[in-house]
Design a protein around this ligand. Structure first.
Ligand code: SAM
Length: 371
C-alpha cells in the first residue's frame, strides 16, 4: 500500500520580506496582477489550530501534541489584522473570509468581526464578511457572530452518517452537533449559509446523495469539493479524487439539476440548480478543472504572511512592516507591489508538472494559510 503520510517540511519561516517600493502604489481599487486579475477577495487565517484532525487537512500523525504551532506572540493581533485588511480593502477587496485552522477557536473572534465589519469598500459599501468553520462551536457562537456583523457562514461537513463523520474528523465529533450549529446559524439570521463537503473516493462518496437530499429545500447551499493536493502532509493521491462531473451525474440521476450562471467573477464553485426550484448545489473542481484565470484571492496567514495562491510555497511577510515603523501608505504600497507582481496559476499549470508533484512536498499547510 502506498505510504499515506509525507514528512513535514516547514515552509513557514521562509517568507520573503515585503518590500516598500520606491515609487508608491496608490490604493485606489484599480490594482491588477501580471495577468490583469484584480484583487477582490481576502482570506484571513486567524489561528493555525483546529479541534478536528481530518486526515485530508490536519492528519493526527503529523498534527500531534509535538507539532510546532505558532506561539501566541507570533499571531497577528486583531488590530494588526484590521490594519492590514483596511489596506487590502483600499486596493479593491470586497469580500473577507475568516478561516484557519478553526476560526471559532480564536478567543473573542467577535471583536475582530466587529472591527472588520466597520470597514468600507472603495465605493463606500459594507464588506461581504464571512467565515468558514467546522461548525463544532457554532451552536454556542452563532448569535454573537451575527450581532458582531458577520453576514454569512460556510460550514464544513463531510457526511451525515455519524460513523463516517466521526471517523473523518478523527476526533469522534458527532454530526448532530454540527447540524445544531447550522440550525443556530439560521435562527441567528446568518444569510446565504453554505455547507462544504470534501469528497474522497472510497471514504464518503456514498454520503453525496444523503447530503443532497438533506439540504435540498432548506435554503442552505451544499457544495462538493474535490479532494485537493494542498499542503504536504495529507498523502494526497489522484485515485482518491472523485471528479465533480461524477458528483453532478450522480445527483442529476435522482434529483435533476441544471447548470446556473456564476454569481460573481472569480467564483470558485460551479452552480447547479434543482429543476424543481428547490434550491441549488455547487461543485468546486480545483483538481479536474482549473480556475486560475479570474482568481482574485489573496490569503493572509495567521502570522501575517501574504500568499497569492493556495498552492504557493512562499509568502510575503507583512508583519515585520506592521510591527516596524511603516506608515499605512507604505503598507498599502507594499501590498500593491506584491499583487502587481503576481503570476500564480498553479491549477492551470498542474497538467504540465511532473507526475509526483501532487505530493506537494514543499507547500505550506492549508490550516496555516487558511482554506
Ligand atoms: N476549520 C474550518 C473548517 O473546517 O471549515 C476552516 C479551515 S478548513 C482548512 C477550510 C476548508 O478547507 C474546509 O471546508 C475543508 O474541508 C477544506 N479542505 C481542507 N483540506 C482540504 C483538501 N485537501 N481538499 C479539499 N478541501 C480541503
Amino acid at each position: 500500500m502506498a505510504e499515506r503520510i509525507i514528512p513535514l517540511i516547514d515552509q513557514r519561516a521562509s517568507a520573503l520580506r515585503a518590500a516598500v517600493p520606491a515609487q508608491p502604489i496608490a490604493a485606489n481599487g484599480l490594482l491588477s496582477d501580471t495577468l490583469g486579475r484584480p484583487l477582490r477577495d481576502l482570506r484571513i487565517s486567524v489561528t493555525d489550530r483546529c479541534n478536528f484532525r481530518c486526515s485530508y487537512c490536519m492528519p493526527k500523525e503529523v498534527f500531534d501534541k509535538d507539532y510546532p504551532y505558532l506561539p501566541h506572540k507570533d499571531l497577528l493581533t486583531f488590530e494588526e489584522i484590521t490594519r492590514i485588511a483596511r489596506q487590502f480593502v483600499a486596493h479593491g477587496v470586497r469580500k473577507i473570509r475568516l478561516t484557519g485552522g478553526e476560526p471559532l477557536l480564536r478567543k473573542n473572534i467577535e471583536v475582530l468581526i466587529e472591527q472588520l465589519a466597520a470597514l468600507r469598500t472603495v465605493d463606500g459599501r459594507p464588506l461581504d464578511l464571512t467565515l468558514t468553520t467546522n461548525g463544532s462551536l457554532l451552536a454556542r457562537k452563532a448569535k454573537a457572530l451575527k450581532a458582531a456583523g458577520l453576514n454569512r457562514v460556510t460550514v464544513s461537513l463531510d457526511g451525515l452518517d455519524d460513523k463516517v463523520f466521526r471517523s473523518m474528523n478523527d476526533v469522534n465529533f458527532p454530526v448532530a452537533e454540527v447540524l445544531a450549529g447550522l440550525d443556530a446559524a439560521q435562527e441567528a439570521g446568518l444569510e446565504n449559509i453554505k455547507v462544504n463537503m470534501v469528497v474522497k473516493r472510497g471514504t464518503n462518496e456514498h454520503e453525496i446523495l444523503p447530503m443532497a437530499r438533506h439540504f435540498q429545500g432548506t435554503g442552505i447551499v451544499l457544495r462538493f469539493i474535490e479532494y485537493m493536493d494542498v499542503g504536504a502532509t495529507n498523502g494526497w493521491r489522484m485515485d482518491e479524487v472523485l471528479p465533480s462531473a461524477e458528483v453532478v451525474r450522480l445527483i442529476d440521476a435522482e434529483l435533476p439539476i441544471v447548470q446556473l450562471e456564476p454569481s460573481a467573477p472569480g467564483e470558485t464553485a460551479e452552480r447547479w440548480g434543482y429543476r424543481n426550484g428547490s434550491g441549488e448545489i455547487g461543485v468546486i473542481s480545483s483538481v479536474t478543472q482549473a480556475f486560475c484565470g479570474d482568481c482574485n484571492r489573496a490569503r493572509l496567514s495567521t502570522e501575517g504572511q501574504v500568499y497569492l495562491c493556495l498552492f504557493a510555497t512562499q509568502g510575503h511577510d507583512l508583519r515585520s512592516l506592521v510591527r516596524g515603523d511603516a506608515t499605512d501608505e507604505q503598507l498599502a504600497s507594499a501590498i500593491g507591489h506584491i499583487w502587481h507582481g503576481r503570476s500564480d496559476q498553479y491549477s492551470q499549470l498542474r497538467a504540465s508538472l511532473p507526475a509526483d508533484s501532487g505530493s506537494g512536498a514543499r507547500r505550506v499547510e492549508m490550516s496555516y494559510i487558511g482554506g
